[in-house]
Design a protein around this ligand. Structure first.
Ligand SMILES: NC(=O)c1ccc[n+]([C@@H]2O[C@H](COP(=O)([O-])OP(=O)(O)OC[C@H]3O[C@@H](n4cnc5c(N)ncnc54)[C@H](O)[C@@H]3O)[C@@H](O)[C@H]2O)c1
Length: 323
């Protein structure tokens, strides 16, 4: 396959570019480096430093290349920032995606895989979220994902566009050969923060609330290794090309770990105690969010390779050590 991949200098896009290239596919990355890092783009990928909303540049490369599909990762990803600056998320995520899709369609690029988020389920608070669970995004970031999903669905009715929407749960870990990983200076990602504490880049880990109705009072999430997410894109891409059917899938393991369990597993790995402090809940945070990914498993005979919290943490830690 020949793939146009937006956001390939970012965390998940770069891992997906690696998975595609490892399997012999061609990848062209478009990324304006607003949050990405050039060093994460695989050497074998073609790279263009464009904004996805730069219509003439995007249309030019689509015309010049016979892409089979676009994988659209580019966007802003911070829930806290989106609450502070909702218009920024409307512009950078929704409006720019709309312009990007229009450039694709005008040039007959009509297979699109889109990075959505479990955030679209809002405060559904469930240990068994299916693709049919109610959608009620509760922050501007999740709302931008919800609006882009709906936009794709609407366009597909008029333009013969085929889409696959992948709703990621909590993505973590790093490439097993350390070719990519999460680079972020002010991440609120639990596992990233833990790795920074272990590597003495931060003093302590703050638990945001310990009074949830969960087994130990801390929030429970479904952590999925980034390489499994990347591989899911390759499966979804093959299917989209072969069958041309549009669909939506959850991407998680269906396991929930509490914040305290994740910290305990990290302490187990490093054989040491970490400095932990209990802080207040984050606004609008939910107790439990766990995927039901039966649909993807069944349709693609998907068997995750890295469904193991210990491995997820060790791979993230290895990456943190060299970055
Ligand atoms: N990380 C997660 O746990 C998670 C969970 C659910 C969904 N997602 C979604 O997955 C996608 C990738 O997330 P990530 O964690 O890799 O984020 P990231 O910030 O590491 O990567 C995003 C990339 O997109 C680029 N970009 C942003 N706006 C752009 C624009 N207008 N033009 C060109 N490039 C642009 C950035 O420079 C960056 O390289 C995002 O759409 C995000 O919302 C991530």
């Amino acid at each position: 396959m020949n793939i146009l991949l937006t956001g390939g200098a970012g965390y998940i896009g770069s891992h997906t570019a690696l998975s595609l290239i490892d399997k012999g596919h061609s990848v062209t990355v478009v990324d304006n480096l607003i949050t990405g890092n050039k060093t994460l783009i695989p050497a074998k990928a073609k790279y263009y430093d464009f904004d996805i909303a730069d219509e003439s540049s995007i249309q030019k490369i689509i015309k010049e290349n016979k892409f089979h599909m676009a994988m659209h990762f580019a966007g802003l990803t911070r829930v806290d920032e989106s609450i502070k600056y909702p218009e920024k998320y409307q512009l950078h995520n929704f409006e720019k995606s709309k312009i990007f899709f229009s450039s694709c369609i005008k040039n007959n690029l009509k297979n699109i895989i889109f990075s959505s988020s479990a955030g679209v389920y809002g405060n559904s608070n469930s240990d068994n979220l299916t693709e049919d669970s109610e959608l009620k995004p509760i922050n501007p970031y999740a709302n931008s994902k919800y609006k882009i999903e709906n936009l794709l669905i609407e366009i597909s009715k008029k333009e013969k566009l085929n889409y696959t929407i992948l709703r990621y749960f909590n993505v973590a870990g790093a490439d097993k050969n350390n070719r990519s990983g999460l680079i972020s200076k002010s991440s609120s990602n639990l596992i990233k923060v833990l790795c920074e504490v272990v590597n003495k880049k931060r003093e302590k880990i703050i638990i945001n609330g310990n009074d949830y109705k969960t087994k130990d009072g801390t929030a429970v999430r479904d952590f999925i290794h980034v390489t499994d997410i990347a591989d899911m894109h390759v499966l979804a891409a093959n299917n989209l090309l072969k069958n041309g059917t549009s669909n939506i899938y959850n991407c998680g393991y269906g396991n929930g770990y509490s914040v305290k369990e994740v910290i305990a597993e990290m302490e187990n790995i490093i054989k040491n105690k970490l400095q932990v402090e209990i802080g207040p809940r984050r606004p609008n945070d939910i107790a439990v969010s766990i995927a039901n990914s039966d649909k993807f498993k069944k349709e693609f005979n998907w068997k995750p390779r890295f469904n193991n919290l210990n491995y997820i943490l060790r791979s993230a830690l290895e990456w943190e050590k060299i970055n």
